[in-house]
Write a protein that binds this ligand. Structure first.
Ligand code: C5P
Length: 235
């Protein structure tokens, strides 16, 4: 499938139209941002690594009955996906407390919560992607209660599948962010990516961070960490 016009450019990816109105090509860049774009940089080969990791994880999820936008990997940095209308919500799952939740609620990073935590944030750069609740999301017309119910149920299934996959490779899935979208039939599908950019992944034995926190916190060894995840997933 040949790329046509660029229809969207995000922080880490570009989206191109194709001759088929229901398909797009997603191109993975090396650009990295943190703190809502305040910190900018590039991570060498990140686009290539994240394209492969997303392809591997989305193939695993599809095999286990999760509907995703992913169709096939076309090249090092490009993948073919179903065109979706993105629901402007970031759905976050926390299995271990870290990052913004640790910071906001003054809880020590690494604390295990009594239950899995599901959050939604309004995907809006101008507002800084704020944490909102279901009522805000429905009241603002971003989604419906029925759609949210489906989103949460699918997210819980995705969490179980991802946790098992990473666990068997000696990695704790601390938390992650996913996004959903509607296809031309109005069905809700998993969109976007699942990569070390969007997950916190800690080595079970050493506690080493194998994710974007290495970039956010200037820990070094960023590309090596992403490659380690790629290797463990056999991608
Ligand atoms: O920053 P915070 O602790 O809320 O992030 C929770 C999880 O969601 C982390 O794995 C982070 O990488 C991911 N996330 C993301 N994109 C955002 C916000 C958070 O991928 N805009």
């Amino acid at each position: 499938m040949v790329k046509q016009e660029m229809v969207y450019e995000g922080k880490a990816k570009q989206v191109f139209s194709t001759a088929d109105e229901n398909l797009v090509v997603i191109h993975f860049k090396d650009d990295a941002t943190a703190g809502n774009g305040e910190k900018k940089g590039t991570i060498e080969n990140k686009g290539i690594i994240n394209n492969k990791i997303t392809a591997t994880l989305y193939e695993m999820l599809e095999k286990n009955g999760i509907r995703t936008h992913y169709k096939e990997r076309l090249s090092d940095r490009d993948q073919l996906c179903e065109k979706l209308e993105i629901i402007p919500l970031e759905v976050i799952v926390r299995n271990v407390i870290a990052g913004s939740m640790a910071r906001t609620l003054h809880i020590e990073e690494g604390t295990t919560p009594k239950t899995t935590i599901f959050e939604i944030c309004y995907k809006n750069d101008e507002c800084g992607d704020p944490l909102i609740n279901d009522h805000h999301a429905v009241a603002m017309g971003l989604t419906t209660y029925e759609e949210l119910e489906k989103v949460y149920a699918t997210t819980a299934q995705i969490n179980d599948l991802l946790k098992t996959t990473f666990d068997s490779e000696g990695i704790t899935l601390v938390d992650f962010k996913i996004e959903f979208g509607r296809n031309s039939q109005g069905e809700v599908l998993l969109a976007d990516e699942i990569t070390p950019d969007t997950c916190r992944l800690w080595d079970k034995e050493t506690g080493q961070k194998l994710d974007k926190d290495r970039f956010r916190r200037d820990l070094g060894g960023i590309e090596e960490a992403y490659i380690e995840i790629l290797k463990r997933l056999g991608a």
